[in-house]
Design a protein around this ligand. Sequence first.
Ligand SMILES: Nc1ncnc2c1ncn2[C@@H]1O[C@H](COP(=O)(O)OP(=O)(O)OP(=O)(O)O)[C@@H](O)[C@H]1O
Length: 251
Amino acid sequence: MASIKFENVSVDIPVFNASNRSLKNNVLSAATGGQIQPRDSGRMSVRAIDDVSFDLTHGTRVGLIGHNGAGKSTMLRVIAGIYAPTGGRVSVEGDVAPMFDIGFGMDPDATGWDNIILRGMLLGYSKREIHERAKDIALVSDLGEFLDMPIRTYSAGMATRLAFAVSTSIRPDILLIDEGIGAGDAAFIAQARERMSRFIGEAGLLVLASHADDMLRQWCQTGIWMEHGRMRMQGEIGEVLAAYHASLAQG
Ligand SMILES: Nc1ncnc2c1ncn2[C@@H]1O[C@H](COP(=O)(O)OP(=O)(O)OP(=O)(O)O)[C@@H](O)[C@H]1O
């Protein structure tokens, strides 16, 4: 059974080359971003997540809502184990498939075929399993003979196709999606959306960070509204979106 539990989780990201001079005292009133804090010896850090607690259980499809820099992507990275929390506790049960950081686990000098194996193993396949699936994945990517070429020769859209084909070949317990599916032409996006819908249906738990209301309403039943790294509201997706938009309208 898939589950994600955050207990008073905070994430501070140190920033080493920020200019103190450009940071105004009223920076917290800015509409975007996390909370910028001075650290010892003049260094700065951004509190991207601030004391967040929630409990997501199997069958939940939750949308992360909020302004630019509110902490949505950071939250997904913490769930994926890419960032460790600097405070609090995170427990995640189940296999996680992150559909972002699309170049993660890809080697630009290796061929498309080799990258299918590399990324597949990074997502938890055994060597044998990924070799068995490589042909199907290649078909989905629709990259034909380009699969014999190093992926540094691919366009951004072609690399996305490959990463997407590998990522959606697993059956995840937990699926993490950040915003749009990435670069691609209309035909690919249509195919990707269809494949994604099926993929979402198979996952035990979905966390989707997005600014697109239609996507959030279509795929999520509940929402978490983030503001400057804090959780402002959790509830039924329509209610959370309405409250979020009402706050934007007030300025
Ligand atoms: N690598 C990093 N170095 C420094 N600060 C970072 C880093 N990654 C994120 N942040 C900061 O953490 C805060 C939260 O960022 P995050 O990417 O989680 O926001 P978001 O809600 O996903 O935003 P968006 O909707 O624009 O994608 C922001 O203030 C951002 O500047």
